[in-house]
Structure formats: structure tokens, C-alpha cells
Design a protein around this ligand. Structure first.
Ligand code: GLC
Length: 435
């Protein structure tokens, strides 16, 4: 295990670019929101200064309204599409004057990442000092979400683009693409020069992605207009789980810091409302798991994905609901021929074990499920998730995603997407430390 851990540290150090980390070389050459959070957790075990700097740089990109973008374009490169000239964050009067970025966000992990840094730290006093200096930015980010992305006042925020979900190419979005007919764009893809096209989205899928951005840009990234006009408007269980967990973490941290009663009260209010409506709106009794809700077309998107189980991480389900999640997970995703946890229902026609979020195993979701299962005392299954994660990385390397079918590993070539991928390394380091 020491060898594997050393390799993981090497991956992180190689992807460190003096102030922030890239998710992996070539394919993703900038700073990504939730990647940065996971990377900071990995670094905090071996180099707290880098962990803090990673978070600090991310938070430095915050807009005047509290928004934090999904990609921060620190460097000029034409090896990525769509880059800053397409996204045009400058169209928003509230965007950062310092950094070019996208005008969309990603799962808000920063609150619980700070809490993790504190948990892992060997010098709690120093780490709490650091946290005290940045925590209000995270609070401001939550305020942005609840004030701008919760039109029905449910405590459940929406995402307006599939790239905001983090699970970019999930088959769940196919139902939304079926409601749209975007123009054909002329552009040069860059991702498929780095990675086999069969593991990436199709050209037509990209037309949908670009069209939603164009609608937002036409209105200078106004949240009001996006809520009114975006064909994609979804309450995502994974995204909301990240926000809820981060709310809980901010409460813990503000208590440790002291003198923040008003903020703690507000966070608790958001939290209570969110958990109540999460359970009444997103839990699908028939499927026995959480599902996404399409706010634009007012209907649940009734598919089972690894996001369906993620609420365990923020202790959203009651005991019975948790038992139901675990039983569905083990029945459909967890037999002896499969590594936990496929990103999409292996029994569905839409399952594709090689394609970007349409089936492969992702280490960040495994990490979320590992701690989520432990929250409810499912330690054996949590340990299976950990063991599976170690095994696929040992067999394949630090890839971006992995085949869930064990038999495929006999033929080699089962790690997909980018190699030497930061969060696969970072979260493995964390799981190896945890018993
Ligand atoms: C892909 C993933 C997204 C991640 C990004 C950078 O777009 O879908 O979740 O943040 O790569 O790693």
C-alpha cells in the first residue's frame, strides 16, 4: 500500500501548477471547482500548505454575487474546447475581473472540504485560523445558491447545465435532449484528440451543451433569465447533497470559530427546509432510491445512478430509506461480477460501461458512498467500496474512470478517459488513511 500511496502523491505533485491543480494533464488543463475540493482533501494528508492554497485560489475566483465558476482559466491554451472565448464570463457584470471562467458552477463541495481539512489536520489551531479567513466566502456562495437558484423556495437548488452536475454525460439527460432541437454548431473538439472518441460524448450531444450556454450568454448570465428560459433546469440529488453536507460542515466550523450565531441560524434554516423537501420530492418510493427532478418540464427523471445513493453522505435518508438505497445498490450494482459502484444502472438499456458517466466507476463517487455507507453503519459494504477502489486503481492505474465489469480486467485496458487523474489519486490517499 505504501507504493500505491507514493504513486498517488506523485500524481498530485505532477498536476500541481503553483497555486492550483489541473484534474489531469492535456485533457483538462485548468482548475475545476469540485476537482479542486477533492484534490485539497488528498493534499491535506501530505502537504497542508498546498491543500490550503488550492482552496484559496478557487475561492479567489468568486464573483461579486457569491457565485463560484466550474472552470477557472488560469492559463492561455487552445488545447481545450470550449475555452474562455466561448464561455465569455465577462458578459456578466458580476463576474471576476481577475480570472476568466465559465458562467456555470459545479457541485458545492467547499464547505465540507474545509471540514475535512480540519479533521485531517495535525495542527488544528493553525488550520482553524486558515478556515476562519476563508469560510465567509463559502457562506456567501451558499447564499448565492439559495437566493438565486431556488425559484420555488424549497431549499432545493437547480442546475441549468449538465456540466454543472459533475456527472456530465449521464443518460439521465437524454430525456432533456429529447425536448430540444439545437442548431448544428461548427467547432473543433479537443477532447477526442486526447481520449478515444468511444469514451466521450457525441457531436450532437455537444450541440445541446453549447446551445444552453448560448442562451445564458444572450442574457449575460442573468440567473433570473436562465431560470425563465433554460431548456435544462434540474434539481439534482448529488448536487443538493453536496450543498446540504456543506451547510452542515459550515455550522460545525462556525461553532468552532465562535461568534457567528446569525450565520449558524440561517444555515440551520436552509438545512431543515432542504432535507424535508429533498425527502418528499426526490425520493422515489417505487424505485426505492432518490432521483433527479426536471423543473423545466415538471417531472421526475426516474433513473437509478450512483447519484441516487449519494444522499447517504449527508445523512438525508432515514434508516428505512437508507436500507432501501443499500438493497437497490447491492442488487443492481453490487453482484460478485461487478466492481462498486457503476455510475449508472447496469440493468438499464442506457448503461454503457466504457462511456463517460454512462456506466463506469468514478473514484469521487466511491469516496462519497464509502463515507455515506459508514454513516449508517454499513461498514462491510463501505469496506467493499474501498477494496474495489484500491483494486481497480492497482490493476489499471490512476485513471479518470473504470470499467465496472470484473471480467473485462482479464483483457487489460479497463481504465478510461484521462490517466494520472488528480481526484483518483487524492481520494485514494484519503481512503487509505481511514479505517
Ligand atoms: C469531466 C467530469 C467533471 C470533472 C471534469 C474535470 O468534465 O464530468 O465532473 O469536474 O471532467 O475533471
Amino acid at each position: 500500500m505504501k507504493d500505491l500511496q507514493n504513486k498517488a502523491i506523485e500524481v498530485l505533485n505532477n498536476n500541481w501548477k503553483n497555486g492550483f491543480s489541473v484534474p489531469c494533464a492535456n485533457l483538462y488543463p485548468f482548475q475545476w471547482f469540485w476537482d479542486s475540493g477533492f484534490i485539497a482533501i488528498g493534499f491535506s494528508h501530505v502537504d497542508m500548505a498546498k491543500a490550503e492554497k488550492e482552496v484559496e485560489t478557487l475561492l479567489d475566483s468568486q464573483w461579486d454575487n457569491g457565485f463560484i465558476p466550474h472552470i477557472i482559466f488560469h492559463t492561455e491554451t487552445d488545447s481545450y474546447f470550449p475555452g474562455p472565448d466561448f464561455h465569455r464570463s465577462d458578459l456578466s457584470p458580476q463576474s471576476s475581473k481577475k480570472y476568466k471562467s465559465t458562467g456555470m458552477t459545479q457541485p458545492p463541495v467547499t464547505g465540507f472540504v474545509l471540514r475535512e481539512l480540519f479533521r485531517i489536520s495535525k495542527d488544528k489551531i493553525e488550520t482553524l485560523k486558515f478556515i476562519g479567513g476563508v469560510i465567509d466566502k463559502v457562506y456567501f456562495n451558499h447564499e448565492y445558491f439559495y437566493n438565486n437558484r431556488d425559484p420555488k423556495n424549497e431549499g432545493l437548488v437547480y442546475i441549468y447545465h449538465n456540466w454543472e452536475s459533475g456527472t456530465d454525460n449521464s443518460p439521465i439527460w437524454d430525456d432533456i435532449w429529447a425536448t430540444m432541437n439545437p442548431p448544428e454548431y461548427n467547432f473543433e473538439r479537443r477532447d477526442t484528440t486526447h481520449v478515444d472518441a468511444s469514451q466521450r460524448p457525441s457531436k450532437r450531444e455537444y450541440d445541446h451543451y453549447l446551445h444552453i450556454i448560448d442562451i445564458a450568454k444572450e442574457h449575460n448570465y442573468s440567473d433570473k433569465k436562465i431560470a425563465e428560459l433554460s431548456p435544462f433546469l434540474v434539481q439534482d440529488p448529488l448536487f443538493n447533497t453536496m450543498l446540504i453536507k456543506s451547510n452542515q460542515s459550515l455550522i460545525d466550523l462556525y461553532k468552532l470559530i465562535g461568534n457567528n450565531e446569525d450565520k449558524i441560524k440561517q444555515l440551520q434554516k436552509w438545512l431543515d427546509k432542504a432535507i424535508k423537501n429533498f425527502n418528499s420530492k426526490l425520493f422515489d418510493k417505487e424505485l426505492g432510491v432518490y432521483v433527479h427532478y426536471d423543473l423545466r418540464n415538471e417531472k421526475p427523471l426516474r433513473f437509478i445512478s450512483s447519484s441516487s445513493f449519494s444522499p447517504l453522505f449527508a445523512e438525508i435518508p432515514n434508516k428505512e430509506q437508507a436500507a432501501s438505497l443499500v438493497s437497490v445498490m447491492m442488487e443492481k450494482f453490487g453482484n460478485d461480477n461487478q466492481y462498486l459502484c457503476a455510475s449508472f444502472d447496469p440493468t438499464s438499456e442506457r448503461f454503457n460501461p466504457k462511456k463517460y458517466w454512462r456506466g463506469p466507476v468514478w473514484v469521487n463517487l466511491n469516496w462519497i458512498l464509502y463515507y455515506g455507507l459508514k454513516n449508517y453503519g454499513y461498514n462491510d459494504i463501505a469496506n467493499r467500496v474501498k477494496k474495489d477502489t484500491i483494486e481497480i486503481i492497482e490493476k489499471a492505474g490512476f485513471y479518470e474512470y473504470f470499467d465496472s465489469r470484473k471480467e473485462e480486467y482479464k483483457n487489460g485496458n479497463i481504465g478510461y478517459g484521462g490517466n494520472n487523474f488528480s481526484w483518483s489519486a487524492a481520494l485514494l490517499i484519503d481512503m487509505l488513511q481511514d479505517n
